[in-house]
Design a protein around this ligand. Structure first.
Ligand SMILES: [Zn+2]
Length: 219
C-alpha cells in the first residue's frame, strides 16, 4: 500500500539527504521487520514502516488545491505503445482491432499522449514548504508524520483483536451490523486521536527553522 507522510526537517540545503536521514531508521529490514502495532510509541520508535518512498509521488501537489500533477504538461508524455499516433499498430494492437474495430490504443485511449507514472512526475515546489505556513486541516492529516528520530503513524488502527475487521462465518446480519458500528466508532476515535497527535506535534515545531516535506511511501 502507498501512504501519505509528512517529514519535518530543519531548514537547510540538501533536502533529499535530510529526508533520507530522517526516514532511514524506519526502513523495513531485509528480512522484513514486523509492522509496528502502535503509533507514536516512544518506547518503540523503530520497527519498519516503509520499503520505498519518494518526495511527492502520488501526493505531488497535495497541499496546493489548484495544482493537478496529472495535468502538468511536464508530466505528460508521448504514448510508447502507439508512438503518439493514438492507434496501436503492433501485432497485439492489430489482433485486438480485428475483433473490436473500435479499439485504438490501451496505453492512451487514442489520445497519443498519456500521464507519466507518479514515480516520474517532476518535483513540485509546493511539496516542500516552510512548516510555519501550513495551516491545520484535519482532512489532510498524513498517515505518518516523521520528525526527529520518531514517527507517529496510524498503522495500528486496523489491528484491534477485540473488534476484528472480518466477522466469523456464522455471523448473522445483526451481529455484523453491531460489529461494523463498533469498528466505525473506534476508527472515528482513532482518526481523531491520530489527527490530534500529528497536528499538535506539527505545532511543536512551528518556527522559521523547519520545513515540511510531502512524502509518498510504500509499506
Ligand atoms: Zn497510445
Amino acid at each position: 500500500m502507498h501512504y501519505l507522510a509528512y517529514a519535518i526537517i530543519p531548514v537547510s540545503t540538501g533536502i533529499d539527504h535530510l529526508v533520507a536521514q530522517l526516514l532511514a531508521p524506519f526502513e523495513e529490514g531485509p528480512e522484513g521487520l514486523p509492522q509496528r502495532e502502535c503509533g507514536g510509541d516512544e518506547n518503540n520508535p523503530y520497527g519498519g514502516i516503509w520499503d520505498w518512498y519518494q518526495i511527492g509521488g502520488r501526493w505531488t501537489g497535495y497541499l496546493n488545491n489548484d495544482y493537478d500533477p496529472e495535468k502538468d504538461p511536464q508530466n505528460i508524455e508521448t504514448c510508447n505503445l502507439c508512438n503518439g499516433t493514438g492507434q496501436r499498430e503492433d501485432e497485439i494492437g492489430k489482433d485486438i482491432r480485428s475483433k473490436d474495430p473500435s479499439y485504438t490504443c490501451n496505453g492512451c485511449s487514442g489520445k497519443g499522449v498519456k500521464t507519466k507514472w507518479p514515480t516520474q512526475w517532476k518535483h513540485h515546489v509546493g511539496d516542500i514548504i516552510p512548516l510555519d505556513s501550513l495551516e491545520r486541516d484535519d482532512e489532510k492529516t498524513p498517515h505518518t508524520l516523521f520528525f526527529g528520530r520518531q514517527a507517529i503513524d496510524k498503522a495500528w488502527s486496523y489491528t484491534d483483536p477485540e473488534f476484528p475487521r472480518w466477522g466469523t462465518e456464522d455471523e448473522n446480519e445483526d451481529e455484523k451490523k453491531i460489529r461494523r458500528e463498533k469498528i466505525d466508532k473506534i476508527e472515528t476515535r482513532i482518526r481523531k486521536a491520530h489527527s490530534e497527535a500529528v497536528w499538535s506535534k506539527i505545532d511543536d515545531f512551528r518556527s522559521k527553522d523547519y520545513m515540511l516535506v510531502v512524502i509518498d511511501y510504500h509499506s
